[in-house]
Every structure is written in structure tokens, then in C-alpha cells.
Design a protein around this ligand. Sequence first.
Ligand SMILES: [Zn+2]
Length: 381
Amino acid sequence: MFYRYKIPILLLIALAAFWTVSTLSPGLTLVSGVVIAIAAVLAYYFLPSQEKAQNPPHQKFDRPLAPHSVEEARKQFDTLTEKKCIPQSFALEFMVTENPRALDHYFPIVKMLTAPQVGSFYQLVRYIAEHPNFDIHLLGRNKVDITDQLPSAARYLVAGHLAEVFFFRRDLLTRFLHTPRHFYIYVTPEAFKEDAGVSGGDYNPTRESIQLVMSRLYEGFNGITPGPCPFLHELGHMLDHFDAGTGSMGRAEGLYPGLRKSDGKLFTPLAREAFIKGKRLERDRYLARFEGDSSQPMPIGHPYVFKNDGEFAAGYLEMFFRNPNYFAKQNPDLYAAYSELFGYDPRQIWKVDYPHYVEANRSFYSSGQKPPQPGLTIPQE
Ligand SMILES: [Zn+2]
């Protein structure tokens, strides 16, 4: 409010002062006019003219009280989610002990990090979890905001996924968190639907927010091999909408931050070059299948991700972190784009891929069914 009226107020003060001096001492009119004009110019330059670019903290983070036992933590989930979210014991243990290493199971990157790097990784998770622009909400039935009941194991899981993606690209993370980033977690599928959620998880461009049912945060972590990670898929959409050049959301061209020439210092030319080459190869392989030619290798992703550039960005981001071995073997250029962009190679973590992504996709293409028309574009060189 103050900033908006600053200039009119300054002008009024200057005019009032000028009028007072010229009425009381007409001989000093010229001198007073000059002095007041100089003072007004100095005030204009030295008083801040607009609010700081950094948005104010979106919400204050209050660390929830730790439950006394794993059983109590489990009851918290049961009550909140009508027993629809059953997290693994690692998450519950973390809530009780507040020892982040209990979360290792959710962040496979720790397998390839040195001990000091693991420490730095969990510092980063905490930094994100408590960052004022990490705007995470928990919604109950009828769109009621119950963020004060958000289990720390859910907050840390979301923050940890961001840390895992950006651990070697802090510059991208800093840019990403420069303004509030929104994450809406829902207690049940019903609560999700009541708030216009679609398909069990989505990125909502109007709200600039990921929307996800809480149980989906845990669904891919029941075994020792990688499983699905719907959050990473939705993060792919969110990153596609994020314009690192301007720091704003809304631009969706199927490119992650760092891949656009307009991204300034964050632009990663080698990654862009490899991405264009690799995406073209995927599209050509898909088109061959679409035209009934099965002489070429299969594309990696399911036909769903060839629907448009956004689904391609979301689907391949998740696959890079969940079936890196098959990905790298099928399309080394596209794989190199991701490892160049994010600064690491998840094959160091996983010796075995998430089998379903590989097998389901292969069995579709080998069935001879005609896949739907693709809707991909290839960025210009
Ligand atoms: Zn999607």
C-alpha cells in the first residue's frame, strides 16, 4: 500500500513545502523551489520504489510434534487417510526418531553418495522441507486445508524427491525455489476428486500446483527394486511449465529448466543438443510403429507419453530415475541429455530397472497393435 502511494505523497509534500515558503518568504521562492526539487529527486532514488522481487514466505513451517511410537505414527496415518495410505515402516520410524537416514529407502541416490555427500543430501532435504517457497498443503474432505496435520514423513518425501533430482544442480533448484512452488497432497482419492484432481495425480496449470493423493507418495517403495514414482511424473510436468529464464510458470514446450536457450546461466547446451537428437529418435521409432514398420528398435515409453510434449517430458523424467538401464541402452543420446542436465547417472544406483515400465511397454509394441497418432514436436536446433 505504502509503495503504491509513495510518489503522489512525495509530490504533495514538495508542493506544500513550496507553497509555505513562497507564501511566508516570497524572496526565497526560487531557492526553496530548487532545494525542494533536489530533495524530492533524492527521496525518489533512495526510497525503495517497489516491493522486493522475492515473494514473502508463503507459510510458516511449524515442525509437528513427533509421535511417541511407530504405532502412534501409524494411527496418525490411519485416522487422516481413513486407512487408505499405509506408508512403509521407514516413514513411520522417521516420524518417531526424526533421523533422516530412516528415509534412505525413498531416496536411492544415497547409494551412490559418499558419507559427507549423504550428510549434505539430508541437509538439502531439510532446507527444502522448511523453505518458505516450498508451499506444500494437506487437504482433507471438502477442500479443508489441514496442513497443520501433514505428517513430517510426507513433507520430507516431497522435499527429498526435489533434492534427489537437483542434488547436483543447485543452481536449477535455487531458481526453481525463487518463488513459491505449490504442492497439494490429499488424504484420500475422494478428497482429491473434490478438489478437481484428475487421474490420481496431476499438475494443475491454473493453480501452478502438483496435486497428488498421499498414498501415491509411498506406492513405489514396497520392494528393493525401483517402483513407480507418480510424484516424479508430475514433477516432469511442473518443470516443463517452469521457465527458468523468467522464473515464472506457464511456459510448456516439453523442455525442462536448463534446456532453453533463454535460460541464461542455467542453459546447458550439451543437454539440449542430446535431448533434441534423442527425442527425434524416439519420435521416429514411434512413427515407424505407427506406420506398421517393426524393423526398427522400439521406443522406450508407453504410447501415452507420445500423446504430446508435456507427457513426453513427464514420462521420460520418471523413467530416467526408474529404468535407467533400459533407457540408456535403447537411446544413449536421450539418456545423455538427462545425465548431463541433472549431473548424474542413475545406473550407478540401480542395477535392475522397474520391470513393469520396460515389460508393459515392450509387450505393447511387440503385440503389433497400432499405437495412437503421436503429437510430439521437436525443438529447433
Ligand atoms: Zn502426465
